[in-house]
Design a protein around this ligand. Structure first.
Ligand code: DC
Length: 228
């Protein structure tokens, strides 16, 4: 447990680097809230697809903002206009389109406002692409988590298979490469390491080792003792 009143931990990095797995376990160890910002962009994308809106058409996508309500509930449940879309937002059809949605400034501003509110009153571990650079620039701890493309593709493939989501390894690897490119080349709040972030390469680390490293970084940065 942390003894500081409100603490914010930002974990950024490219697609499928294991951020959410690590962030969830870190949040559990610290008994604080985990916020998966990628799930919000995914829920928006799911909604656009449901409405048969072309995710590459910015103007049409922006029109959806007033009619969409995304909620992150306990146990990582994601609601979109009250509907549980937790599973659907992980499907390849959403993954392949989400970077377009995430590149639209007005959609980002709409979701970032909600993300900042969530971190105002509670200690959080928030993962995403722009948390340390844009959403929470004053975060107490910033981690930039990376792993090789091959490692990330295999991890995401295994995760999808275990959840019964149909996909191929090739499809996942292409998706990861393409999302890396779009996420890091967009104009507004692109994926990049904050200058004051700590780089964590998990290519050769187990989940437990990655979590331990993050907890050590948190202890070092905040000066608190974690008895996880
Ligand atoms: O972490 P993820 O794979 O669930 O994220 C889905 C997409 O959302 C990802 O391709 C980039 C985008 N994203 C973003 O641009 N900014 C964030 N803070 C979180 C995710």
């Amino acid at each position: 447990m942390l003894d500081k009143k409100i603490i914010t931990i930002a974990i950024d990095g490219p697609a499928a680097a294991g951020k959410s797995t690590v962030a969830k376990l870190v949040a559990k160890a610290l008994n604080i809230t985990y916020i998966d910002t990628g799930a919000m962009y995914r829920a928006f994308t799911w909604y656009a697809l449901e409405k048969n809106v072309d995710c590459k058409n910015e103007e049409e996508c922006l029109k959806l903002i007033p009619e969409i309500k995304i909620e992150l509930k306990p146990n990582n449940i994601v609601l979109c206009n009250g509907l549980d879309v937790t599973r659907q937002i992980r499907e390849p059809r959403v993954s392949s389109q989400v970077s377009y949605i995430a590149s639209y400034k007005d959609i980002r501003l709409f979701l970032v406002e909600q993300q900042r509110k969530m971190a105002q009153k509670n200690s959080v571990v928030m993962d995403g692409r722009d948390i340390g650079t844009y959403v929470l620039p004053d975060a107490d701890v910033k981690i930039f988590q990376i792993a090789s493309v091959e490692t990330r593709a295999v991890r995401r493939y295994d995760e999808n298979v275990s959840k019964g989501i149909p996909c191929t390894l090739e499809e996942i690897e292409n998706d990861v490469r393409s999302r890396d490119y779009i996420d890091s080349h967009r104009d507004f709040a692109p994926l990049k390491a904050a200058p004051d972030s700590v780089l964590l390469d998990t290519s050769y680390l187990t989940i437990e080792e990655s979590v331990d490293k993050v907890l050590q970084i948190i202890e070092k940065k905040t000066g608190v003792t974690i008895d996880a």
